[in-house]
Design a protein around this ligand. Structure first.
Ligand code: NAD
Ligand code: ZN
Length: 341
């Protein structure tokens, strides 16, 4: 089968011929139809320090996918050959305290498809049946291929009650933009999204009913007055990993504000803890998606009018995967989807 592989410890990915993976008794084999390129894949492409310390080589990358089940392991029940699906890319164990409490997303032994185990940038993917998420007809394969990052957005956005709240999202990358759409869908009052990249803010405005703010040019406090907020934002969703964005968010929150952090800072970052304490701010770190509550809620929202399709800005056949990665590396794209059909 054709696959995109990190074949050597240096920047790039290589198109290779690899054997179709063998499945175990609890796995299914999925014929991949569409895949999304994630920021994680860009780290692996660039072969930065994180990738070099995390990803064994050779490794087929990719974890955002939609496809069709073509083979079932002998223990698998409840799934069918021919069923369209996406799936959770975090492989978890069942023995930890967290897993035994049903909090699978908190299993400390989590391994990542396309990071620690062979991934989805391939014609076929072997996946534990447990991780499979069947797709309803209303969700086509290109949306199916971006459910993983939409799930990050949904998990973060649903961390706190957003109904009637004023929400600040820092970072208008694909995930921040989708979080804006989710916040609006669930009934936030004002949704403001910040970035320093004009292309991304323009895309945010196209995808979600939100107020984009270029913080390199505009003062966020002017926007707070313009929207007639009394003190500031009730809820912050940090989706940039940028220190200035986090500081600005803390400053712009109301007393008792709540913050969910998805963005990953590049290293240790200094925090003004006294401001957090005196404003009595609640901070929650967010990792991955709740397994499978996030998937349940996101599919329900997609079936009930949540539309994130415009966040997909580029579509390429897998033969042009380099163009796809270039679009991502430009920093101007939304989601980039590769077609494996
Ligand atoms: P992205 O890199 O595409 O987007 C981040 C955006 O933040 C960029 O558009 C950038 O211009 C913007 N930004 C930079 N400085 C800013 C500032 N001062 N104020 C506001 N915005 C600023 O990332 P993405 O793919 O959308 O993912 C969002 C974040 O979530 C990333 O940090 C990513 O690493 C992280 N992530 C975390 C998890 C998790 O499980 N915790 C999962 C996926 C992604
Ligand atoms: Zn991803």
């Amino acid at each position: 089968m054709t696959a995109l592989e990190k074949s050597k410890p240096e920047p790039g990915l290589w198109k290779v011929e690899a054997p179709v993976p063998e499945i175990g008794p609890d796995d299914v084999l999925i014929r991949i139809n569409k895949t999304g390129i994630c920021g994680t894949d860009i780290h692996i492409w660039n072969w930065d320090d994180w990738a070099a310390h995390t990803v064994p080589v050779p490794m087929i990358t990719g974890h955002e996918f939609a496809g069709t089940i073509v083979e079932l392991g002998r223990n698998v029940t409840g799934l069918e050959i021919g069923q369209r699906c996406s799936g959770e890319g975090h492989l978890i164990g069942r023995d930890s305290r967290q897993s035994r409490a049903g909090k699978f997303h908190l299993d400390p032994g989590t391994r990542g498809v396309g990071v620690n185990v062979q991934g989805a940038f391939a014609e076929y993917l072997a996946l534990p049946a447990f991780n499979v998420v069947p797709l309803p007809d209303a969700i086509d394969d290109e949306i199916g291929a971006i459910l993983d990052p939409l799930g990050n957005a949904v998990h973060t956005a649903l961390s706190f009650d957003l109904i009637g709240e004023d929400v600040l999202i820092t970072g208008a990358g694909p995930i921040g933009i989708m979080a804006a759409a989710v916040a609006r869908h669930v009934g936030a009052r004002h949704v403001v999204i910040t970035d320093v990249n004009a292309d991304r803010l323009a895309l945010a405005e196209k995808v979600a009913d939100c107020r984009p703010v270029n913080v390199a040019k505009e003062d966020l406090y002017d926007v707070i007055s313009e929207l007639k907020m009394k003190q500031g934002f009730d809820v912050g969703l940090e989706m940039s990993g940028n220190q200035d964005a986090f500081d600005q968010m803390v400053g712009a929150l109301v007393m008792g504000g709540r913050v969910a952090l998805l963005g990953i800072p590049p290293g240790k970052s200094p925090v003004d803890w006294s401001e957090i304490v005196f404003k009595a701010i609640t901070i929650k770190g967010v990792y991955g998606r709740e397994i499978f509550e996030t998937w349940y809620k996101m599919i329900a929202m997609l079936e009930n009018g949540l539309d994130v399709r415009p966040v997909i800005t580029h579509r390429f056949p897998v033969s042009r995967f380099r163009d796809g990665f270039e679009a991502m590396l430009s920093g101007k794209s939304g989601k980039v989807v590769l077609d494996w059909a």
